[in-house]
Design a protein around this ligand. Sequence first.
Ligand SMILES: Cc1cc2nc3c(=O)[nH]c(=O)nc-3n(C[C@H](O)[C@H](O)[C@H](O)COP(=O)(O)OP(=O)(O)OC[C@H]3O[C@@H](n4cnc5c(N)ncnc54)[C@H](O)[C@@H]3O)c2cc1C
Length: 402
Amino acid sequence: MSLREKIRIGDDRMHLRLTDEQEMVRKTIRKFVEKELIPLENDVLRNEREGKPSLPEGKMEELQQKAKEAGFWGINTPEEYGGADLGQMMLAIVQMEVARTFVPFKFGGSADNILYYGNEEQKEKYLLPTINGEKKSCFAMTEPGAGSDTRNLRMTAVKDGNEWVLNGEKTFITGGNEADFVMAIAITDKELHKSSNGRKGVTCFIVDRDMGWGSEYIHTMGEWGPAALIFENVRVPEENILGEIDHGYDLGLEWIGFARWIVGARAVGAAERLLNMAIDYANERETFGKPIATRQAIQWQIADSAVEIEAAKWLVLNAAFTLDQGEDNRHYASMAKLYGANMGNNVIDRVLQIHGGMGYTRELPIERWYREARLWRIYDGTDEIQRLIISRNLLKGHVKIG
Ligand SMILES: Cc1cc2nc3c(=O)[nH]c(=O)nc-3n(C[C@H](O)[C@H](O)[C@H](O)COP(=O)(O)OP(=O)(O)OC[C@H]3O[C@@H](n4cnc5c(N)ncnc54)[C@H](O)[C@@H]3O)c2cc1C
């Protein structure tokens, strides 16, 4: 097989092109975004500014159904659960394309990665309904005193007969206001938790909302807010332990790790769309008798943005490709997240600057994206935590340069 053929097929570490199939998926999703989602942007902006939900009730389901008819449902879900199981590269491509709009759409047919660790009853009761969109989930690790420092958890679960009694508070939980059940991490063995430096002695519980936990909306600078979850003597049956008792920390890291490089993918999609807006505007907007596109100050902002987007894209695709090979991608996921999130923020800032005063208004969606993008550097592990992970891997010799 010639090198060129290898490169086209994408079975080699050095592949530099999308395969025909990947390219076809990318184009199909782009069409879907352009035809179904981008036309909704004005409505979304108006709804949000009036304090209403971004999409009216039932719209998400209608869009998901249309996507399903086009073959996009359960993109990353195993075939045995009715999904398309397209793999991580495809997921990366899909995420980049969908992030070209701020319309908060997500394809149907997926569930949290850690729900697959459930036993058959748990899969029946929680995994399948989540995949089918009948139940909404959320995942709760973070507490007021334990964000980056996930080993500093305080929430406890104490056994009482066949039940566990949960007490404590979780915070910043995405979907926590809407969820039917939460996968919550709580300390089940204080001694083990202490002696293992927080790595053991915690367990993941699946807790239905009607078991008694409450949620409170947290207002953020973005258009949607996470929730604080309150557990006061919430009784959870033994059969609702997810995975192994005292080994919930690993599940937590797996949940967080899954979304990490996807933050980078979403930043790429948004930055591409926004940079195109800046290019159009720079060509149209005239000052001192010439389009601002003729000024080097503007040209360099466009050039720097394009280079950074391209670099972030390859980091994201590398993180996805590594995972598709069945290899540990955590180092590359941290790189894709760190660089992608910062690239996104830099590009949006430049795009806003190129639009001048208009960029700062609510006439255009740039300020909305600007506020949303700030989150990318915080959740799923802050910039500083990604740097800590990357440098630790290198300093301890887990990963070698080159
Ligand atoms: C909108 C939103 C949604 C979220 N969704 C979820 C969710 O669904 N589930 C969930 O469990 N969590 C969720 N989180 C929590 C999120 O993961 C944490 O906010 C994040 O990990 C940071 O923790 P923290 O806010 O406690 O900041 P802290 O950990 O207190 O950090 C404060 C600052 O100190 C820095 N810092 C901390 N430790 C170090 C160190 N060792 N070296 C250098 N700098 C350091 C941080 O980088 C940061 O700049 C969400 C957060 C937000 C804002």
